[in-house]
Design a protein around this ligand. Structure first.
Ligand code: CTP
Length: 472
């Protein structure tokens, strides 16, 4: 990508129900300063029309290899030459299979075979199709060939089944594009921060295998170079000493580790003045972030809307919605440990209004809800899954039983379970202390009631011990 120039994306839209989400992706790319040219497959055209894509991208939409005028000018080669990046979204099982086998039987697959540009594929399909050995082998072939294949989300599918295979949300896809190209990641609606490093930084980082120390170091350097409002170099060190946790730890048991923490509630907008929320104060997650920093870790705290101060030495990323939280979590990876303490809203309104809803004399408005992505479960099945993945469980009944179920369902290593029953104002949510049941593979530990800071120190000690064992 030429420095200072808009990122040019050639977007190939495959034939799946998730094709409609590519419309939102176009809007996000453009809002962040990029340009989009669309190639629509025959299958994709069953779900979205060329007219819609042309209107959103303000560019012609290409549908066929047999457009004589374009072929005289070698249109399919030219199309990919003019792009910085090709994004296939949604990438169906069929499309991935053709890409892996080198089949070129329409415009999309022909230009994918002919291109020398970086390619990202965003899969979306039924859970069994995704899990099928053939699809997984195709994904492995493509990754070996340098194609960035994103991990699909887990959730309820259009076909009614549950599992991995859902198209990630457009803001998460945009965050992945921005991260890969070094265009400056922004969550939905943010203007892209000015990128001083150009496109190479992100691409180079993506070539270093995940989880290696080199990659972590390279990413640190990249983050430090970005200088955006989200992560400032100052936040990256030196590690804080005045954390409020004094000398809670012997030495720095988490030195050299990256700990990712989510905290607080999320707010899901109904209209510009109203939102869906919950009573989480963020205190427990903030205490864990502070304790991890005191133990010497580099800490990224992804915080929902709360009024708490950022603990010293902690890099904080503020988000509002669940989808923004997921995008920020993905951007913060890789991490050695993730502690998902946030009380993420399970649902959002299907159509948040641009204008304030007005009272009508007839009937109150009906809010249509749809499910938010499950951040913990998404991490649980992600290629970038941290070595130690810790979830929370807020329960009002059958605390341990429900927590056990969540641990396996979301593929977490540990669940920190607590009882949030109690009248309004008397719940653990918002309070200063907590009674924890730590559910691990080997059993359940019942901790006595203690201040949230003490819970944080105890948990960080356990984390440090577990990481040593993982290394051994
Ligand atoms: N979580 C998440 N994304 C969601 C919902 C929850 O990452 N959309 C995470 C929370 O951060 C926590 C764990 O999942 O670590 C369990 O959250 P909890 O609210 O207890 O469980 P839910 O999955 O929402 O299930 P339910 O509300 O039915 O108890």
């Amino acid at each position: 990508m030429d420095e200072g120039k808009a990122l040019r994306i050639l977007l190939i839209i495959g034939g799946g129900i998730a094709a409609y989400k590519s419309c939102e992706l176009i809007r996000l790319i453009r809002r962040n300063g990029g340009e989009v040219t669309c190639v629509l497959t025959d299958g994709g055209a069953q779900f979205v029309t060329p007219m819609t894509l042309a209107a959103l991208s303000e560019n012609s939409v290409h549908t066929t290899l047999w457009d004589l005028k374009n072929e005289v000018e070698m249109g399919h080669i030219q199309l990919s030459r003019e792009a910085d990046l090709i994004v296939v979204c949604p990438a169906t099982a069929n499309m991935l299979a053709k890409m892996a086998a080198g089949i070129a039987d329409d415009l999309a697959t022909t230009l994918l075979l002919a291109t020398d540009k970086p390619v990202m594929a965003v899969p979306a399909m039924n859970v069994r199709m995704w899990g099928h050995a053939a699809t997984q082998a195709n994904v492995a072939t493509l990754r070996d060939a340098g194609v960035m294949v994103l991990q699909p989300d887990e959730g309820t599918m259009a076909c009614g089944e549950y599992g991995a295979g859902r198209l990630p949300e457009p803001d998460a896809i945009w965050a992945a594009i921005a991260r890969w190209t070094g265009s400056g990641a922004g969550s939905a609606g943010e203007a892209a921060p000015k990128e001083e490093q150009g496109g190479l930084g992100g691409l180079i980082a993506s070539l270093i295998p995940r989880g290696t120390k080199t990659r972590a170091a390279a990413q640190d350097a990249l983050l430090a170079d970005k200088g955006s409002a989200r992560i400032s170099p100052d936040d990256l060190g030196p590690r804080a000493t005045a954390t409020g946790f004094g000398d809670a730890f012997d030495g720095a048991p988490l030195a050299g580790r990256h700990v990712l923490v989510t905290a607080g509630p999320t707010h899901e907008p109904i209209d510009p003045v109203r939102y869906i929320a919950n009573r989480s104060s963020g205190k427990q997650g903030f205490a864990i972030a502070a304790a991890a920093a005191a133990a010497g870790a580099r800490v990224t705290l992804v915080a929902g809307p709360v009024t708490l101060d950022t603990p010293p030495g902690v890099t904080r990323i503020d988000v509002q919605t669940a989808r923004e939280m997921l995008a920020a979590v993905r951007t913060a990876l890789p991490a050695d440990v993730a502690v998902m303490a946030a009380a993420v809203a399970d649902w959002r309104t299907r159509d948040a209004m641009d204008q304030k809803l007005k009272k009508r004399s007839s009937a109150p408005p009906a809010l249509m809800l749809e499910e938010n992505p499950d951040i913990l479960a998404t991490l649980g099945t992600s290629d970038a899954r941290p070595g130690l993945l810790i979830g929370f469980a807020a329960e009002t009944q059958d605390v341990v039983e429900n927590a056990r179920g969540k641990r396996t369902r979301k593929r977490a290593d540990w669940i920190v379970a607590n009882d949030v029953s109690g009248g309004i104002g008397q719940s653990v949510m918002g309070g200063a202390s907590n009674t924890i049941h730590l559910v691990t593979q080997s059993g359940v530990e019942n901790w006595p009631e203690m201040p949230k800071e003490e819970v944080a120190v105890k948990l960080v000690e356990r984390i440090a011990g577990a990481l040593e064992n993982i290394d051994d």
